[in-house]
Design a binder for this molecule. Structure first.
Ligand code: SF4
Length: 565
């Protein structure tokens, strides 16, 4: 039987399950947002928009993962624009490629590229506020097995997000990209989680005027939520991922050991009661635990007045779960049809907030395309229209900066771009001349770089060595290889005024328009102790493509600093 044409939500689900290949006709270098594998790593795809009669759907299509290479879907471009071609059925679906915001490449007043502070994921601004997640620093690591935050924060985004930078980026995103919602998240911060979010929530509400969502580890002290709500937080999401306790324990060892499911449930229920229906979400992953458990999760979340944010499992490159297969389309369609039904039965006002399209999940209001026609659906759709209209003035009020409302100074735009003037001089990047040890450090760095150069150039033509600002980058060079190697070593000083250097091992993306760096870890070392033998070991690992069985000694997977470009 020929495969029927997919509606926009079915196409979205199928693309999440299969990914897509990129046809050479697609000029994504010029047209697309670059791939930004930030936060948990799920932003590793191509942002597209699927038009449709009920609503347009924003999604992030997997393109870098292995499973996407055998996808029946191909993204191509012709005179009519971009389309997705289904090679099984010879069908074409028109799509739109959202362009990269101009502000991504601008610098904040502190000199940080704005695209490394926050990224658009759909139409909202996502900011990972804290530097990495402490689950990655346990021995053995207790990171969630699907996640790559430890390998991304500091590598594909800056490690520490300054409040002023966040305000500047949010203001640019609001004024130039129409962003209405800023989502703040972080990994485990050992109990300081919600307190860490507070200054960002306050600054965004006072100075920018956006809806603000918070996604942090749950707190047993429920009064912490009251404090954030008093500061203006509009939304909270609770990522407990799996309803089945065995899957929760197996794939989320840190969350299991430090919190347990019940702490997530208690916080979710408390905040949902405080903020009202549809303001809180329970975030789960579909496609790993049995479907019946995912259905139970959806029923539970909606029964307490929250909405389910269901992520189709993506075996992200470099995640512990990379070998786990992606889910089956038919099962996922059943899951998302149930999302609609559960929201309808519990009268959750999905899609009421203005212009919030989340590309990494199938949004509850995307599932309207999966609804069974009939009086129950028509009644719910009428309720949703009313809810949207009734909520409009409330959201308009919430999106005015509170400092301006209270007669405070508010933002002082420059040149019509709304960029605040520099509050402080740019961060110093050169050694301070009056520091007597700065010269010694510079000398030791130069000596270490000379050692690396000497060893690399002892094998003529095997490596290229390039100075990039204050960093040294080494790449293998083999003119006879079928494709150039993507492996690199970058050596630099990670912390000003500290002696140690860092050798960072990474691969460039295989997509020309991606700025992703795939981290293989880093070694910190004292430059004066660097020996030719150690460098030989690194270079041999580089030449052999970072064989996991031959990792250098003392290799760290996650770091608390920013790796320079
Ligand atoms: S809590 Fe889990 S998903 Fe979140 S950053 Fe840490 S390891 Fe990743």
């Amino acid at each position: 039987m020929p495969q029927p044409r997919r509606n926009p939500c079915e196409l979205e689900i199928d693309l999440f399950c299969n990914g897509a290949r990129i046809d050479p006709s697609a000029t994504l270098d010029e047209d697309a947002r670059h791939v930004a594998r930030t936060r948990a790593g799920l932003g590793s795809g191509l942002e597209i928009v699927i038009p449709g009669p009920l609503k347009e759907i924003w999604m992030n299509v997997p393109v870098e993962e292995d499973f996407a290479r055998t996808s029946p879907y191909v993204i191509a471009k012709d005179a009519r624009g971009y389309h997705v071609r289904d090679e099984r059925a010879g069908r074409r679906y028109l799509i739109r490629i959202p362009e990269e915001p101009a502000w991504y490449d601008r610098l904040t007043a502190r000199g940080v590229p704005m695209g490394k502070v926050g990224v658009l994921q759909g139409t909202y601004l996502g900011i990972y506020i804290a530097n990495s997640c402490l689950f990655w620093y346990s021995t053995p690591p207790m990171n969630c097995r699907f996640c790559t935050t430890g390998a991304n924060v500091g590598v594909n985004e800056v490690a520490r997000k300054d409040v002023d930078d966040v305000v500047e980026v949010a203001r640019a995103a609001k004024e130039e990209s129409g962003v209405t919602f800023v989502h703040l998240n972080s990994g485990h911060q050992a109990g300081r989680d919600l307190a860490l979010a507070a200054p960002y929530v306050r600054a965004l509400k006072e100075q920018v005027g956006t809806l603000v969502g918070v996604q942090m580890m749950p707190s047993k002290d429920l009064s912490e939520y009251d404090r954030l709500i008093d500061l203006g937080a509009d939304h909270f999401s609770f990522c407990y991922e799996f309803q089945n306790p065995e899957y929760f324990e197996r794939y989320l060892p840190g969350k299991h050991r430090w919190f347990g499911q019940q702490v997530f449930f208690d916080a979710l229920e408390y905040v949902s009661k405080r903020l009202g229906k549809g303001a809180v979400s329970g975030e789960i992953i579909a496609g790993v635990e049995p479907v019946e458990d995912t259905i139970r999760a959806i029923d539970y979340i909606t029964s307490v007045g929250a909405f389910p944010t269901v992520c189709v499992f993506r075996p992200v490159v470099d995640a512990d779960m990379e070998p786990h297969p992606p889910p089956r389309y038919e099962e996922m369609v059943a899951v998302f049809a149930h999302v609609y039904e559960a929201c309808r039965k519990n009268a959750i006002p999905i899609g009421a907030a203005p212009n919030i399209e989340v590309s990494l999940i199938v949004q509850p209001d995307d599932t309207r395309y999966l609804a069974t026609p009939g009086p129950a659906t028509w009644g719910y759709e009428a309720y949703l229209r009313l809810a949207r209209a009734a909520a409009r003035p409330l959201f308009a009020k919430k999106m005015r900066p509170t400092a301006a409302r209270a007669g405070g100074p508010g933002p002082r735009p420059i040149g019509g771009l709304g960029i605040a003037p520099p509050a402080a001089p740019p961060v110093m990047t050169a050694p301070v001349a009056s520091d007597p040890s700065a010269t010694d450090r510079e000398l030791e760095t130069r000596t270490a770089y000379a050692t690396v150069r000497f060893v690399a150039e002892s094998a003529p033509g095997a490596f290229t060595v390039e100075e990039q600002g204050a960093a040294l980058e080494i790449a293998p060079s083999d003119p006879l290889a079928a494709a150039p190697s993507r492996c690199r070593i970058k050596i630099f000083r990670p912390r000003e005024n500290k002696d140690r250097l860092c050798a960072f091992f990474y691969k460039r993306s295989n997509l020309s328009w991606s700025r992703d760096r795939f981290s293989y870890g880093a070694v910190e070392f004292h430059p004066e102790r660097l020996s030719a033998e150690v460098v030989e070991g690194w270079l041999s690992w580089l030449r052999d493509g970072f064989d996991p069985d031959r990792r250098p000694a003392h290799l760290k997977r996650a770091f608390l600093y920013t790796i320079p470009d």
